[in-house]
Design a protein around this ligand. Sequence first.
Ligand code: ZN
Length: 456
Amino acid sequence: MKPSSVLHIGFDDTDSKKGMCTTFLAYKIVEYLKKEHVQFLDYPYLIRFNPNIPWKTRGNGAVAIKIKTEKPDTIKKNIIEFIKKYSSINEGANPGLVFYQQEKIPEQFSKFSKLALCRLISRNKAKAFTTKNRIETFYLGNGQGLVGSVGAIGYFFDDHTFEFISYRDESNFGKKREISKESVKEMQNLTRSRTFNSFDEEKNRVLIAPHGPDPVLFGVRGENIESVLKGASLVESAEKFAGYMVFRSNQGTGAHLKNELDVSNLKPFSSGTITGKISDPPKIELGGHAIFSIIKNGQKVQCAVYKPTGMTQIASKLIKGDLVKVGGGVRKASKNHKRTLNVEFLKILELEKNLRIVNPLCYACKKRMKSKGKNQDFECIKCGSKSKHKTLEEIPREIEKRLYMPIMSAHRHLTRPLQRIGRSNKKINFSDSEKWFHVSQSMKSQYTKIKIKTRN
Ligand SMILES: [Zn+2]
């Protein structure tokens, strides 16, 4: 028997706005790996990286697959063919693919991965990292996809979720998806707390299906494999899916907003949090966005709460002196605006008393006294009582010390939904007997347009 080796496979940036999708490529690759009878060591990873970098495709998602095989060389060769075949290179994708043929992932890989969650990392930095660490690479275009590829194999989960993603039959690509809204609503009600972000009740909108030409039919996100499979089984669609795969993911974990940003060196396109006091109270801009500033260590940072987040009403009630923690991405300064933190969550830590100076109150009549003229006393017009001074009145605050989140349809992939606050999934018991991958019989005949080389 040949010795078998552990192979980590990572790839990223194969999709584009017009077509393919990195998770579909992963599904195709797993279908191929099943035929090669490899041993899977974990679920495929779907890792979302910094959502605030400028050149991301839809979700900035990368995939990693961990296997044990006796023929790593054949597998590497064939996977390169898949990347060539299924990437949207002509539509702006810059695919990256990495192989790491070692059992253990070194610690520096996780560090690189963590950085890719909240910073902008150049492709040159990724290329240097792969050379230094003897990671085998393949890329097309400019190679920007190497950042996510390395990040995906190096990802260390301190919390994870799952996503069931079903794919369409090729004959349906580009056609309108017909998914029953009622069934999705019902599914959310039945699996609530075990699945998340399926249906936006405020906007009466289905959130599990994309609208573009990509091969995804729908996806169900949740806490474990049973709940996403259960959720998916409750979705009614006019179209049958051709197959599905379940990914282990960092979606819904808020992983990009765990670090506190350095206000003295606020890097454009970085993500993180700032805790500070409101220094310039909110103004509602044209377009309905709320703009305010916070101050930390003497440094002022402008923050923007955009209208689609549904949080502008809350933000507009902040006053100078309130202590808040805001999380989001740093937008680069331009001609029209300062460097700004685009707010993805708002946590109110302390509320300042909102005081205003008013005419004194007549305690007997419960009426405000009237001024008798400049430098003169105040007098109650009902009973004639007098007072010399104005008083302070406390205006009740209409916001609370708590966490405020955007409405569901404004969530990013990484946004930690309210129902997941305080929850974290750490343990993983991977079992290949679970139904994490499936291809319908009818689809198998269509497989595959790629010539698979079987000899080493
Ligand atoms: Zn009175």
